[in-house]
Design a protein around this ligand. Sequence first.
Ligand SMILES: C[S@@+](CC[C@H](N)C(=O)[O-])C[C@H]1O[C@@H](n2cnc3c(N)ncnc32)[C@H](O)[C@@H]1O
Ligand SMILES: Nc1nc2[nH]cc(C(=O)O)c2c(=O)[nH]1
Ligand code: SF4
Ligand SMILES: [Mg+2]
Length: 209
Amino acid sequence: MLEQTQLLVDKGEMLPLMEEFYTIQGEGFHKGTAAYFIRIGGCDVGCHWCDVKESWNAALHPPTRTEAIVKNAAAYSNTVVVTGGEPLTWDMGPLTAQLKAKGLQVHIETSGAYSLTGAWDWICLSPKKVKLPTEEIYKVANELKVIVYNNDDLRFAEEQAAKVNSECILYLQPEWSKREKVIPVIVDYVMKHPKWKVSLQTHKYLNIP
Ligand SMILES: C[S@@+](CC[C@H](N)C(=O)[O-])C[C@H]1O[C@@H](n2cnc3c(N)ncnc32)[C@H](O)[C@@H]1O
Ligand SMILES: Nc1nc2[nH]cc(C(=O)O)c2c(=O)[nH]1
Ligand code: SF4
Ligand SMILES: [Mg+2]
């Protein structure tokens, strides 16, 4: 990468953009809401069941000026979801400042594994055992969305729920490839522990991005 480009990436003024698309938020509290998704490349958390492994290698995704990303987003939607990859790999300050200056609602999907940057209207924290969230994000997360692949993930979910703020909404979401097996487990668990809600990847049922 050119030295100049690297400097801009380091400052969060350019970001490795994998894709951007206008769709319906499929998961969590805002499911069903039209939103413009910005998918930033780069993640070294390494979830074995990750459904966007193509995002992991940042070098495969072109460094893109935040101004260009913002211009596209503002043309489509009032709500923007920044995801990845792991967006907090990068400094989210410049991107989110510009999105908010356009009056947009700015949401993030994050594992919380790196320090929290950016200004957010909604933080979806989806913690991962392999790289735990930083302490700071538990205080500000609006929703906790734990992916359930096996029974131990319910133990992990309770451990994480004990760390979030009291306003945080709690979701259990089936890991997609295990959904037939874990949906009954989640349904049973939520009925017994109603502080939790079910989240499904509804976009996959709707066949939309
Ligand atoms: C691809 S991740 C990108 C954002 C960030 N790296 C994170 O993990 O939160 C977006 C959301 O999809 C969830 N996810 C990824 N793979 C999944 C799968 N196979 N089944 C269910 N949810 C999955 C993640 O836990 C996260 O909530
Ligand atoms: N429709 C739709 N909703 C989503 N919610 C979170 C997603 C993500 O990959 O971060 C996602 C996604 O990829 N598509
Ligand atoms: S943290 Fe997110 S993007 Fe990274 S591997 Fe896990 S699910 Fe995939
Ligand atoms: Mg997705």
